[in-house]
Design a protein around this ligand. Sequence first.
Ligand code: SF4
Length: 269
Amino acid sequence: MRQLASERRRGVRRVHFVGGEPTIHPQILEILKVSKRLGFESVVVTNGVRFSSPDFCHKTFPFIDEIIFSLHGHDAETHGHLTGNTHSFGLMVKALENASGKGKPRLCVNTTVTNRNLHSLLPITRLIRPLGVRKYHCLVIVPLGRGKAEFLDLSPRLNECAAVFPQVAKECWEMGVQFLVSGLPLCILGPYYLCSLDNGGEYVNDRTRSGEVIFEKEPGDPNNFKIDLNRIKVPKCRECAVEHLCSGIYGQYHARYGDAELNPFRRPG
Ligand code: SF4
């Protein structure tokens, strides 16, 4: 809570509570109250388990601006397999229902996409259709942290992504849900390439994007990080009309599968 106060004094306006699972912190309610009192926009990223309790929702909702539910499958089998908890899907559905409706925090959903749940993305868009979800963010697995060792085993094939992602983007657009994607070359998104959040292939501290507060150059700041994800461009990218916007393909993926799945955008004229 001291850190919240200090960051607020430095001009930070938005805070993400992420995990692990932030809602199991024994002082989560107090922390959220302090965050609200300090004037932060508070975002909670969650597996939804605690929000399946109406009582927990009742206590915490007044102090949360946005909840991002991590939904990794459209059914109990897929979501449960990826979370390691067979009951997690049922609890997630209850949580989403509890968080749906007027006067509640903004409701958002994210999915970490691998080759185990690529088939779930379209059904997930249909699942969230009646709930009033504002934003759906798909993060394709990155070679970082736990994803690094298993990256190639879990990475979905790009041609399969190209068959799914534009369709998901289209359905989200039709139902007024903002669709966002991280981790894919832009050509895989086709006409929906502007849904990409990628920024030069780097993970950049969110605080650098506030438009007002730039901490990027501060030495010794533990929250100030840039990580090389080894995204590369291949010779055919030189002819691509959006090359200047695109982060390219992961080097590891390219080493195994080559670049045949990439389709450069034609330059006008
Ligand atoms: S062809 Fe290359 S530069 Fe163009 S979108 Fe695909 S990966 Fe990006």
